[in-house]
Design a protein around this ligand. Structure first.
Ligand SMILES: Nc1ncnc2c1ncn2[C@@H]1O[C@H](COP(=O)(O)OP(=O)(O)OP(=O)(O)O)[C@@H](O)[C@H]1O
Ligand SMILES: [Mg+2]
Length: 271
């Protein structure tokens, strides 16, 4: 059985897409079968995969709900999926209408993605399904949470990130309390775009790590990613850091391999 892992933070620009893209490639490089799902109407992950498509995950989701199926043109998985080293279910701007589209259905609105993955046997076909989420805690992200086993939270250490994290943990607890699905486990936080030379930033980071240690137990924060020109360069050329051979990329490769290793270790503990 594969594991579904979402990259989530309701704040924008913290590195969700960057991390999801490179972690997915690191896992594939280790021989795993990986599917990435872009759940963000901005479609940044889809752009990185160069996989824009008229039909996208939105069409698959609405077609997977009986009550909505007859109102929409059919969409087949094979016509939406982009296959490669890492397979991708692309996003599209239609996703921004997801909340409204499912508002009227009687089936549980927060389980549309989970039921889609189950009914297509995706969990058996892949070792890892990596979901890139939009910067909200709206219905799409609730769908990602209800479909996920694990969650990774990239964040920028600042005054506000702690408040955001606490709110996020509460949302996950609420999902567990509903009693319909098991709440996913937030097993890793990744500090990103960190400038350790700035005293305030180091202090904020230490405060956040302490809060996470207290709330979830120690060992759930990865070593910080600094601001790396190499990462910007790789994203601009729509490549993962593993596509480069120069020295500049070796520490980035090591870091993303480290993230992949944490994902593997966590999944082996949760078979
Ligand atoms: N460690 C890093 N070093 C340098 N640039 C980075 C780093 N991490 C991310 N970036 C850049 O920061 C920007 C935001 O990253 P990214 O798109 O991954 O964030 P996001 O959380 O997915 O944003 P959104 O919430 O809008 O989806 C991108 O332009 C990316 O190139
Ligand atoms: Mg993003």
């Amino acid at each position: 059985m594969g594991k579904v892992i979402s990259f989530i933070n309701q704040k924008g620009g913290v590195g969700k897409t960057t991390m999801a893209f490179n972690a997915a490639h690191a896992l594939a490089k280790n021989g795993h079968k990986v599917l990435a799902i872009d759940l963000d109407p901005q479609s940044n992950l889809t752009l990185l995969f160069k996989a824009q498509n008229e039909l996208n995950i939105y069409h698959l989701l609405v077609n997977s709900v009986k009550e909505l199926k007859m109102l929409h043109a059919p969409a087949l998985l094979g016509n939406v999926m982009s296959r490669g080293q890492v397979d991708l279910l692309p996003a599209g701007q239609e996703l921004s209408g997801f909340d409204l589209t499912v508002a009227s259905i009687n089936a549980p609105r927060q389980l549309v993605l989970r039921k889609f993955l189950e009914s297509n046997g995706m969990i058996d076909k892949y070792d890892f399904i990596i979901i890139d989420c939009p910067p909200t805690l709206g219905l799409l992200v609730i769908n990602a949470l209800c479909a996920s086993d694990g969650v990774i939270v990239p964040f920028r250490p600042d005054d506000f990130s702690l408040k955001g994290l606490e709110h996020f943990y509460q949302v996950i607890e609420d999902i567990g309390d509903m009693g319909i699905v098991k709440a996913p486990e937030v097993f890793l936080h990744v500090p990103n775009l960190v400038d350790l030379r700035r005293k305030q930033e180091s202090e904020d980071l230490n405060k956040i790590i302490l809060a996470i240690d207290t709330e979830l137990g120690v060992g759930k924060v990865f070593s910080p990613f600094l601001n790396k020109a190499g990462l910007v360069k790789s994203l601009a050329t729509r490549k993962s850091v593993f596509d480069f051979k120069t020295q500049e990329f070796s520490d980035l490769q090591e870091k993303f391999s480290g993230v992949a290793q944490r994902i593997e270790e966590w999944s082996y503990e949760h078979i």
